[in-house]
Ligand binder design. Structure first.
Ligand SMILES: CCCCCCCC/C=C\CCCCCCCC(=O)SCCNC(=O)CCNC(=O)[C@H](O)C(C)(C)COP(=O)(O)OP(=O)(O)OC[C@H]1O[C@@H](n2cnc3c(N)ncnc32)[C@H](O)[C@@H]1OP(=O)(O)O
Length: 249
């Protein structure tokens, strides 16, 4: 168990290597330097998991164009191994983040082996949540391109409010994790302003409002892909937790 927790902690630390403010990770052990966290990043995703944030044939033209728009401004490593800076970073997305972050089998001993990330558990591409999140380090914001599939229907022809809330929680929660390390959603306030048509592609943009001790406050808006129509607005509070707290449930 102690060994498993150690691996989980290192998994979060590799998440934290994405963090805007690495120093704010809660109590990293003295033996693990920031440099070693960054060096171990490629190897922790050891089970060749599928990265759901990459384009697939179900993505429509709008989704692809927006993906290209942000991806072309991302930091990258050239074939020669040179690091190119960029405004944005694409965040990979797996259906068992903790398992892969922790290096494979160990977590399945303490977390249900069949557990899957809610937004990534429908196999039919395009049927439900198709999305990719980019983080902007300089401006402390994230943008998510979200294409809502036919299985997310609420009112006829439109996306279910719970599915919209799920995506807002996902984007703001990811933003908070990137900024502050492991967190739980403590509060989520949502105003639904106009329905989102099923099959459409929308932008979910989050920005950091403030951080006060363990509390990270994030705002979010959902608009049409061209930004002209406001669909949803939200504010969220995330509270930092220790890995021990996460495992206790
Ligand atoms: C989760 C890990 C993420 C893994 C990431 C993997 C990699 C990324 C992969 C994929 C990304 C997907 C991203 C999805 C993200 C989704 C996240 C969720 O949906 S989480 C599920 C729903 N949330 C719950 O089930 C919480 C249930 N609540 C609790 O467990 C506790 O209440 C908790 C942890 C939130 C706080 O409990 P305390 O005992 O640790 O702390 P106290 O003392 O109560 O609060 C600390 C401060 O926060 C304020 N606070 C707490 N709750 C508040 C509230 N509801 N409203 C206002 N303030 C509140 C308090 O007043 C206090 O403030 P003062 O320090 O005194 O100033």
């Amino acid at each position: 168990m102690a060994r498993s927790l150690g691996r989980i902690f290192r998994g979060f630390q590799s998440l934290g290597s994405l963090a805007f403010m690495k120093s704010e990770l809660s109590n990293p052990p003295a033996s693990v330097s920031l440099k070693s966290m960054v060096q171990t990043l490629p190897s922790v995703f050891s089970s060749n998991p599928r990265d759901f944030s990459l384009p697939n044939p179900s993505w429509g033209t709008e989704m692809r164009q927006l993906y290209e728009h942000y991806n072309s401004q991302c930091e990258a490593v050239t074939d020669g191994g040179e690091e190119q800076s960029g405004l944005w970073k694409r965040l990979p997305s797996y259906n068992r983040s903790l398992k892969y972050a922790a290096g494979g089998v160990y977590l399945s001993k303490i977390i249900q082996a069949k557990a899957r990330l809610f937004t990534r558990n429908i196999r039919d591409p395009g049927a439900a949540f198709e999305y990719v999140i980019f983080a902007n380090k300089k401006e402390q914001r994230c943008v998510c391109i979200f294409q809502a599939g036919h299985l997310l229907e609420g009112p006829p022809g439109n996306v279910h409010g719970g599915a919209i809330a799920t995506m807002i929680d996902t984007v703001t929660g990811t933003h908070a994790c990137v900024h502050s390390g492991p967190v739980m959603t403590a509060n989520l306030n949502i105003n639904y302003r106009s329905p989102i048509p099923l099959g459409s592609t929308v932008l979910i943009e989050s920005s950091l409002d403030k951080k006060e001790g363990r509390k990270t406050f994030i705002s979010c808006k959902v608009t049409s892909a061209d930004g002209a129509r406001l669909h949803t607005e939200a504010t969220a509070l995330f509270v930092s937790i220790s890995v021990g707290q996460l495992m206790k449930g």
